[in-house]
Every structure is written in structure tokens, then in C-alpha cells.
Write a protein that binds this ligand. Structure first.
Ligand code: NAP
Length: 503
């Protein structure tokens, strides 16, 4: 049976509508009417979250693990309806939505088992030394939840980086109530996921203030949410422009709060000489696949390939054109993203020193890939050539020699990922690049493609600005829980008064 959204917000267990509405703009299927979020609803949700915090922040890890697992079950129970509305709203294929649902429930379950282990608490104990001069007190330390968290998901991951995505999972695991600002590109998907979370909270008889979803429709919902005095941290996945605007609002608050913005990146690949000589064509094919996956709408899309000029570079370019040419037309997520893609393409195409290798199309939301080539010198002189164009657009940067490759690497902005393609004979150049690349990116990878971010213990999905607004953090993997925790020391506190996890 098809899911028919009610168009309401979920505020602390109650479904609330409003007079002002907006219509969803699905890629296909019926449009639905949604209530516009308001500043008053933000206030109501934040107050309910704060009221829930004292109970939820002190709940046992087993209780929170049960909640995370139950949310995963409730999502699976709605699998077919989620896929249907998700594909309609985003234009992403069914297989992608099914895979993303698995990733989302997997993430929730991973956090459940992660908190049960307890390592994330980072418990430390300095035993009292009463005979020392001066005497040392008994000091215990552990990580505590930070308070109510606001979450903004991204259009390109309607499940895994949205309503019950990584930010929500990490915050709930930590013991932080969550207020989600729904994404206007997939409000129906947001609503059905909120229904799953609501059902889980009710089934476990937990405080409904632990979770609220406020649909957007107006930008003041997001800005009032990050400025609300009861909100203590923000998890954001989205564009540099949106992220920066909200980050600035957080910094300007009377009480500034951490804003964990996961933004965009061009994810450069460095193709080293021996690797490109041995398998340039295979690298080109792999690049084309990664560049066009999901119409290039991945924050980890490898938009730039840096290669040393010469016959191997020319062969790589020809192989890339050949691999990209047959790519079928793909639907982009929103009209806004499609028009930003066209604007990015026009900006690059109009640059002196840039040559178009593959002329394609982007009409309405339908796009095929673009490929351009430029020189290291031009790239180094034009900063915007290093900025993200969200979509299937590739740029080959031909550098004169290894030294210029290092200069290009040093000139990069912060990245989510940097990739090396290398063979044994490339080790020396790779050793020269590594210290530069690890300063630029949250993840450095070899002989692969950056799209596809494993949800695991060792994953870092973040990086220096503008890849993220907080280079000490990751938004994917178990380490992401640290964003919503803060260390507290307990000095000479009797066991009877300590939080249970410390006794
Ligand atoms: P977006 O346009 O920035 O939207 C993200 C959310 O922020 C939406 O809820 C949006 O509200 C809200 N928002 C944006 N600007 C705002 C403002 N000035 N004031 C208040 N609210 C504001 O991003 P998107 O188009 O969904 O996502 C695409 C971008 O996300 C790409 O750049 C991609 O690289 C990046 N991304 C990054 C990651 C990562 O992990 N680093 C993952 C996926 C995507 P509305 O609903 O009203 O638009």
C-alpha cells in the first residue's frame, strides 16, 4: 500500500498541522501538501527536548540501544513504502533507496552495539593520593551527552544522512534528544521515518520529547532552530553556502555552540606515473563510474584528476571520454541542484585555459556528465576551478611534472577525501604527497574511488574547512558520537551520587 503523508510535523509525540502549506516537488509521482514549519514549533520542540534530556541523558546504555534497534526495526517494517516515496521525491532508483535503508538501519544497530561496549565513555580514574604533597583528590572522568541536538539532513541521502541518519543515530546513542529540521526536497520520506521513530518511542514507553521533526518550507525554521538557547549542538549535512550561513548564526549566539557541518569537496585523485602507464584505461573507467554514480550527487564525488602531462595522460583522457560518453541521462535531485550544476558547468566552460572534452546536456533535472581539461598553471591561478560542482562533472588537471603535482596538492582547500593511484615505482612521489594530503583531507585512499563511505570504527568522514566546519570530527562511523559528548570530571564525588556508568 502506498504511503500518503499527513503533511504534519511531529512535535514530542504529537502530529501537528498548520494553515500555511507547501507542496512537495517530487521527481515523479504525486505531489503532496506539507505544513510549513514555524518558529513557535521550533520553540515547542526544543523545550520538549530539554525536558526529556534529564531522563534520556541518564537512561542506561541498554535502554538507548533498545531504542536504536527498535527504530531500525520500525524502519524495516515500512521498507516498501519508504522506498516508494523516497524514489518519487528524489528520483533516485529503487535499488539505491533499498541499499540506503540498509545502511541506515545498519548504522542504528552499529551505534546500539557500540554504546553497549562502553568504550566511547573514555572512562579515566586518577586514584586519590592523600599522602602526596599536595594531596591528590580522587578524579574520575567520562564523556556525557551535550544536551538537545538539532539535525539537518542532506537532499542526496534521504535516509542515511537525514531524519534517522548518522547524526540522529549518534546523538540518540549519546543520550541527546534530537530536533530534526526536515529537508524540503524529501518531506514525505522525512515524515514516514519520523513515524517509525515515534512508533519506537511509544513501544518502549520513552519520553516523546526525545525526538521531533519540523518540516521546513521557510528558512527561518532552520535559523531559529540553531539559535534556540536550549539547542546545544548542530549536526548538518549539506551545501557550503547553507552550512556556512548556519555556522555563522551558531557562532553569533550569546552562547556559541558547536556546529558540525559536513559540506562539499572536490575529492581530487592523483594519478602517479607508473600506475597510469600500467592501467590508465582501467583507472579512467573506474573514475567514470565513480563520477557518474547517483548523477554525481555525492559529497565524495571525485571531481578532479591530477596527472603529469604526456602520452599516458592523453591516453587516460581519451579513455575517460570513451567511458563517460555512453552514460545515460540521469535525474538530478531538485531543480535547484540542476540549475546550480548548470551554473558550475558554465563557470568552468567560460574559463580561459579550460577545454571541454565532452559536451553533454542538463535540461530541467536531466543531466549527463561533463569533462574538462586544464593545465596545472591555469588551475593554480583560478581558485574556483577547485570548488565543488555538485553533479557528474570531471576536470583533468595536467601538471608539468611531479613538483607541480605537489604544488597543486599544497594549494587544495580542505577535502573529505584525497585519492592516490600508485604502483610500486610511484612510492617516492607518493611519500612526498602523503604529508600534504593528510593535512588536506579526512580520508586518504589508494587505488580506489572515494564514493562509498564505509560505516565503521576507523572511518573519518570530515576534513578541514570547507569540507567540514570542524576538522576534529567525523559524521560517519562510531567516532561520530564524540560530537555530541563532552568530558566531565568528578572530583571526590561519592559513588552513591555518581552517574551509574562511573561506578
Ligand atoms: P542544502 O541546500 O545546504 O540543504 C541542507 C539543509 O539546510 C536543508 O534542510 C536546507 O533547508 C537547510 N538550509 C540551507 N541553507 C539554509 C539557510 N541559509 N538557512 C536555513 N536553512 C538552510 O544542501 P543539499 O542541497 O541538501 O545537499 C547537497 C550538498 O550537500 C552538496 O554540496 C554535497 O556535497 C553536500 N553533502 C555533504 C555530505 C557530507 O557528508 N559531507 C553528504 C551529503 C551531501 P531547505 O529544506 O529549506 O532547503
Amino acid at each position: 500500500m502506498s504511503f500518503k503523508p499527513t503533511g504534519k510535523h511531529l512535535i514530542a509525540g504529537k502530529w501537528i498541522g498548520g494553515e500555511a502549506t507547501f507542496m512537495s516537488e517530487p521527481a515523479h509521482g504525486p505531489a503532496h501538501e506539507f505544513s510549513v514549519g514555524t518558529v513557535a514549533l521550533v520553540d515547542q520542540a526544543a523545550k520538549a527536548a530539554e525536558a526529556a534530556f534529564y531522563g534520556f541523558g541518564y537512561s542506561t546504555r541498554a535502554q538507548r540501544a533498545a531504542l536504536l534497534n527498535r527504530i531500525a526495526d520500525e524502519i524495516e517494517a515500512r521498507a516498501a513504502e519508504i522506498t516508494e516515496i523516497g524514489t518519487q521525491e528524489t528520483g533516485l532508483p529503487e535499488a539505491r533507496l533499498n541499499g540506503e535503508r540498509g545502511r541506515t538501519t545498519g548504522q542504528l544497530r552499529l551505534f546500539a552495539s557500540h554504546i553497549e561496549k562502553g568504550d566511547y565513555l573514555d572512562r579515566r580514574h586518577d586514584v586519590a593520593l592523600p599522602d602526596r604533597t599536595p594531596p591528590r583528590p580522587d578524579i574520575k572522568m567520562m564523556q556525557r551527552p551535550i544536551g538537545p541536538v538539532a539535525v539537518f539532513g542532506a537532499s542526496n541521502f534521504p535516509l542515511a544522512f537525514s531524519t534517522a541518519g548518522g547524526d540522529t543515530a549518534a546523538a540518540l546513542a549519546a543520550g541527546c534528544p534530537v530536533v530534526v529540521k526536515g529537508h524540503s526536497a524529501h518531506p514525505g520520506t522525512g515524515e514516514i521515518i519520523a513515524q517509525a521513530i515515534d512508533a519506537a518511542l511509544k513501544a518502549l514507553d520513552m519520553d516523546p520529547g526525545i525526538f521531533s521533526l519540523i518540516q521546513g518550507g521557510k528558512r527561518d525554521v532552520g535559523s531559529s532552530l540553531v539559535q534556540h538557547p536550549l539547542i546545544k549542538a548542530v549536526g548538518f549535512t549539506g551545501s557550503l553556502a547553507g552550512g556556512r550561513a548556519l555556522y555563522d548564526l551558531c557562532a553569533q549566539r550569546p552562547e556559541p555552540i558547536p556546529f558540525f557541518g559536513e559540506l562539499g569537496s572536490v575529492n581530487p585523485m592523483f594519478l602517479l606515473p607508473e600506475a597510469i602507464k600500467a592501467r590508465g584505461e582501467a583507472i579512467a573507467k573506474g573514475w567514470a563510474g565513480s563520477l557518474t554514480m547517483g548523477a554525481g550527487q555525492f559529497c565524495t564525488n571525485p571531481g578532479i584528476s591530477v596527472v603529469i602531462d604526456g602520452p599516458e595522460a592523453e591516453a587516460f583522457i581519451s579513455a575517460s571520454v570513451a567511458a563517460l560518453e555512453p552514460t545515460p541521462v540521469q535525474t538530478m535531485l531538485t531543480d535547484g541542484i540542476a540549475s546550480a550544476y548548470r551554473a558550475g558547468r558554465d563557470r568552468i566552460a567560460a574559463s580561459a585555459g579550460v577545454q571541454e572534452l565532452l559536451t553533454s546536456t542538463c535540461d530541467l533535472r536531466n543531466a549527463t556528465p561533463y569533462l574538462f581539461v586544464t593545465t596545472g598553471k591555469e588551475w593554480l591561478g583560478n581558485h574556483y576551478l577547485g570548488e565543488e560542482v555538485f553533479g557528474p562533472l570531471g576536470l583533468v588537471v595536467k601538471v608539468g611534472d611531479a613538483e607541480e603535482m605537489l604544488t597543486v596538492a599544497r594549494s587544495l582547500q580542505g577535502q573529505l577525501t584525497c585519492t592516490l593511484h600508485l604502483d610500486d615505482g610511484d612510492v617516492e612521489l607518493a611519500r612526498g604527497l602523503m604529508p600534504i594530503l593528510e593535512r588536506k583531507a579526512g580520508r586518504v585512499l589508494a587505488n580506489g574511488y572515494p564514493t562509498g563511505v564505509e560505516v565503521s570504527e576507523a572511518m573519518v568522514h570530515g576534513g578541514p574547512y570547507p569540507a567540514s566546519t570542524n576538522f576534529g570530527a567525523t559524521s560517519v562511523g562510531t567516532l561520530s558520537i564524540r560530537r555530541f559528548l563532552r568530558p566531565v570530571s568528578y572530583q571526590n564525588i561519592p559513588d552513591a551520587v555518581l552517574p551509574a556508568d562511573l561506578v
